[in-house]
Ligand binder design. Sequence first.
Ligand code: 6PG
Length: 229
Amino acid sequence: MYNLRTFASRPALYAAAAERIAEWLRAGIAARGQACAALSGGTTPEPAYALLAEQAIDWSKVTFALVDERFVAPEHPASNEALLRRALAKPLRKGARVAAMYGAGTPAQAALRADDAYAALHFDIVLLGMGVDGHTASWFPGAAGLSDALDSHCARSVVALRAPGAPGSADRLSLTLAAIVRAERVALLITGAEKLTALEAGASQAPVAVPVAALLGGVAPKLEVLWAA
Ligand code: 6PG
């Protein structure tokens, strides 16, 4: 099962998430002289990133990767890369880097290029969100490409998916479960009773129907769920 940490308020949740990411970045720097956090987009984590940006870390030794990306250019308002660059502008000014996931061409071509770049990254922490439909990353139920994304033996770190109705873009690029299971730590940041209920109900479901179940099955010992109402 997974470790569930419940917080009395969303500000307390965001502070804990920022501290967790900072703790694992510091551990990576101490162990290997560099660190990498793979971060999600969406609406939930941005306040935590703003607090992370204020942490005292040697940002010149940090790379931020994307958990997933809408297939839109970084100038597009729906871009997760743009969200990270906005929220983490201070660390970026201090030398942190972003490993972009989006690239020109087709989604499949961009996924191959991102896969090459991401294969060299070692994730000290992966921060995920979740939808009430049980998706996490861009692992949307019914998405084309979902089987590769959920295959823990997949040779790829990044794949393209097509998820009609997904926010921002039906075409998505996403880390695979195989890439996430290699991380040092995984955190799932969720708010609201509906998402907690969906997580608890989804834990026993087939991953193809409730993709977050693949995460719970694949990385449970190093997964921490951070939740506030
Ligand atoms: C995205 C995210 C996605 C997100 C969930 C939850 O590109 O949309 O990476 O996986 O984490 O959809 O989104 P909210 O935080 O907005 O509920």
